[in-house]
Design a protein around this ligand. Structure first.
Ligand code: PEP
Length: 251
């Protein structure tokens, strides 16, 4: 059984002072029974890694470019992340897919670039509201997972964590019901098992979408939900700590 994982995604938010505040608070109050990640804007990744002890909170990036180092002004590749001690990275967040046009193919390339550099990828999948209303949610998610499975061996997939984030629940205060979230997580697990068979890794599956301290217990009590990906609430030190504390005792 996995320890619960709570991953915070600051997106294009935060400040140096918030980083110091959070690192100080987590040093004394981080629950031992919860794995915690903080995915920061790239300018904060190196100092974040230094400020948090990896034993309490692992700090990583929100995106990378899959290409090898070269003339790609403004981009950051896996070797640069590794250079500053980064060992975890978010890949394929819906904001990157929707706003920056990131395709399944690019998500796969980014995931592979992470794996090749010993950076653990947290890959996001999820459907829009229109897709859910059209009854296509499972098909959309299966397609996103399918692109990954086609490209990764079971051994490579073993280092991947998947976050199911229904796009309609991100930043909207509309959390998927625990039953709906569990149903999709179970479906993702079944899809992985069907494809990889006996070699199938015991993939950690996270739920993301308007997670707050008061709803996290019910989500984590679901058999196929191993953790949560938290956006807005990870910018509030006390709320983020409360989510971690709740997760530590929920499973
Ligand atoms: C996210 O950024 O992945 C997310 C789930 O955001 P929020 O918790 O704010 O909905």
């Amino acid at each position: 059984m996995h320890r619960p994982l709570v991953a915070g995604n600051w997106k294009m938010n935060g400040s140096k002072s918030l980083l110091v505040e959070m690192a100080t608070a987590f040093r004394s109050r981080q629950p031992a029974a919860c794995d915690t990640w903080l995915l920061l804007p790239s300018v904060f990744v190196e100092s974040g890694i230094k400020q948090f002890s990896a034993a309490t909170v692992q700090v990583g990036a929100q995106n990378l470019n899959w290409r090898l180092p070269g003339a790609f002004t403004g981009e950051i590749d896996a070797s640069l992340l590794k250079e500053v001690g980064c060992r975890i990275c978010l890949v394929g967040h819906s904001e990157r897919r929707q706003i920056f046009g990131e395709t399944d193919d690019e998500v796969v390339k980014k995931t592979k670039a992470c794996i090749d550099h010993d950076i653990q990828p947290l890959v996001c999948v999820g459907e829009t509201l229109l897709e859910r209303q059209a009854g296509e949610a499972q098909q959309i998610v299966a397609g996103q997972i399918g692109a990954l499975m086609e490209a990764l061996t079971a051994a490579q997939m073993a280092s991947v964590i998947i976050a199911y984030e229904p796009i309609w629940a991100i930043g909207t205060h509309e959390v998927a019901s625990a039953d709906d979230a569990q149903a999709m997580h179970a479906e993702i697990r079944r899809t992985l098992k069907d494809f990889y068979g006996p070699q199938c890794p015991d993939t950690r599956l996270l739920y993301g979408g308007s997670v707050r301290a008061n709803g996290v217990k019910e989500l984590l009590e679901q058999p196929d939900i191993n953790g949560v990906l938290v956006g807005g609430a990870s910018l509030n030190t006390n709320e983020f700590l409360e989510i971690c504390n709740t997760a530590a005792v929920a499973v």
